[in-house]
Design a protein around this ligand. Structure first.
Ligand code: CP
Ligand code: NVA
Length: 282
């Protein structure tokens, strides 16, 4: 693609000559591969920086890393254990910074989820989306999207594992938290769940994990709970899944499950996110 000025988009390879640095402080399959393949398919390239094998792992600041990476790469994606590191990266980088998951949110995932629902013919405004289980980072992004896209989220979470009240309030009435999983799924168009123990939460020891699993047990997405949702309700899960914990095998592998297109849509959505970052789409 020599000769193409950096600002100009080649229709076949709109990200030709662009490089994405991907900083990972946590494991990933989907985020890592979908961003990498998105860059390749759009004509650019990506490099994986495992925090543990860079100077970040030896205490170099996120701010200094941001300044240095900005001199080599055209965008940075970061998956981190601390949302403050994402905002520090964004504050000091002079290139776009993408949130590839933090302890507080996972917006790229929810964009893929919404694309999956649209592809399945569901108009977003007015949808009832039930979330069952842990009030985690993925739920936070779902709630944020509800306010923007005008759908309703009813999250059933046990005491002690509910989402931040602030996030619910910020959703301007589009989200509420209940204790009863049946109340959440009743009449729902979509049922969503996620792992009960997120990355970085597995340090509570065996006892901590056992307490959490026991509290969450009634929130497993079972065939009986799916039957209380609308007959054509879709099931979503960002993956990785733990069959027999947050979801029954019959549900995730059943006809209402959209988890495979949902995972594939990470690729398509990443392309839009990247092109948006470079000002190529509105
Ligand atoms: N859903 C998701 O973000 O998966 P990975 O952890 O594999 O990237
Ligand atoms: N809530 C999960 C999502 C993984 C994609 C986690 O943070 O580990």
């Amino acid at each position: 693609r020599a000769g193409l000025p950096k600002g100009a988009a080649d229709a076949d390879a709109p990200l030709a000559g662009r490089t994405l640095a991907m900083v990972f402080e946590k494991s990933s399959t989907r985020t890592r591969v979908s961003f990498d393949m998105a860059m390749r398919q759009l004509g650019g390239s990506a490099l994986v920086l495992d925090a543990g094998t860079t100077q970040l792992g030896r205490g170099e600041s996120v701010a200094d890393t941001a300044r240095v990476l900005s001199g080599y790469c055209d965008a940075v994606m970061i998956r981190t254990d601390d949302h403050a590191k994402l905002t520090e990266m964004a504050a000091h980088a002079t290139v776009p910074v993408v949130n590839g998951l933090t302890d507080a949110s996972h917006p790229c995932q929810i964009m893929a989820d919404l694309m999956t629902l649209l592809e399945a013919g569901r108009a977003l405004p007015g949808l009832k989306v039930a979330w069952l289980g842990d009030g985690n980072n993925v739920l936070a992004s779902l709630v944020e999207a509800a306010a923007l896209m005008r759908f309703e989220v009813v999250a059933a979470c046990p005491q002690g594992f509910q989402p931040d009240e602030e996030a619910i309030v910020a959703a301007s009435g589009r989200a509420r938290v209940v204790a009863d999983p049946r109340e959440a799924v009743e009449g729902a168009d979509v049922v969503v769940t996620d792992t009960w123990i997120s990355m970085g939460q597995d340090d509570g020891g065996q006892e901590g994990a056992a307490t959490k699993l026991a509290a969450l047990a009634p929130y497993q997405v079972t065939p009986a709970l799916m039957a209380a949702a609308k007959p054509d309700a879709a099931f979503l899960h960002c993956l990785p899944a733990h069959r027999g914990e947050e979801v029954a095998t019959e549900v995730i592998d059943g006809p209402q499950s959209l988890v495979w297109p949902e995972a594939e849509n990470r690729l398509h959505v990443q392309k839009s996110i990247l092109r948006w970052c470079f000002g190529q789409i509105g």
